[in-house]
Design a protein around this ligand. Structure first.
Ligand SMILES: [Zn+2]
Length: 119
């Protein structure tokens, strides 16, 4: 399961940050999930719930924030947020200048956004 290895990676970061901050426990974990990351929120959530047992984040709540896909045009710099990449009207063409030189700037990654801790 894809989600399980992501959660394992996430906990490596959580434990590292919590240790550095001198935390006794982690109360809340906020994670940004890109729409293109391939993560299924429900699976991620349940992987998190089972993984956290016995860790510093045992009693923590998980908050998932979905991040929309965003492109930036390399020609004119315009940023475009895709409502839905599966939408038939979606294309990789800049609506401002017609360039096809588009760069994906958001929505691909999953990352730890914020930790709330008790010290
Ligand atoms: Zn453009």
């Amino acid at each position: 399961m894809h989600e399980l290895s992501l959660v394992a990676d996430l906990f490596t970061i959580i434990e590292e940050q919590a240790r550095q901050a001198g935390a006794k426990k982690v109360t809340k974990v906020s994670v940004s999930v890109g729409e293109l990351s391939g993560v299924v929120p429900d699976l991620f959530r349940s992987a998190f719930q089972s993984y956290k047992k016995g860790t510093i984040a045992d009693k923590s709540r998980l908050q998932l924030k979905m991040v929309k896909i965003k492109f930036k045009c390399r020609s004119c710099g315009r940023e475009i947020t895709a409502r839905n990449i599966m939408d038939e009207s979606f294309s990789y063409v800049c609506p401002a200048c017609g360039s096809r030189d588009m760069e994906l700037v958001a929505g691909r990654d999953l990352y730890l956004e914020k930790l709330e801790i008790e010290t």
